[in-house]
Write a protein that binds this ligand. Sequence first.
Ligand code: FES
Length: 161
Amino acid sequence: MPTNSQGTANARDPLSPPVPRRRFVEALLGGGFLATAVAFLYPVLHYLVPPKASDLGSDAVVAGRVSELKPNSGKIFRFGNRPGLLIRTSGGEYRAMSATCTHLSCTVQYRDDLRQVWCACHNGKYDLNGRNISGPPPRPLEDFEVQVRGDEIFARRRREA
Ligand code: FES
């Protein structure tokens, strides 16, 4: 019966091929190293090659319903992967614009007490047409065209002429 280095008997069957322990451990370590490398590289590659923007497919979305907005109020809606802002003015008109602040991209909101669009991040203010009127925002908000069809209010990107 074969013995090991300490002189005790080995229980292994002498007819079976020797267990390639060293290769098994090497494969285990190699697999662990590979998994670690993938875990580090995947987020880096995902950052460097971002997925295609999903808001390129549609130029118009249902921004809200007539029945849900009272005069002098606003609501955030989703326009692709960006927020939009739908406002019903005190006079009952609808306005729609991007809700992404042109300063540092915070989401703006409608302030019924000011009757303005307000960015809470740095106190930026826009008028009801999305024009920047106070604070750090450098440009107006993107203005959307509004169409009311039945109870649905559509916001549509304006086409460049
Ligand atoms: S991000 Fe809106 S004012 Fe700075």
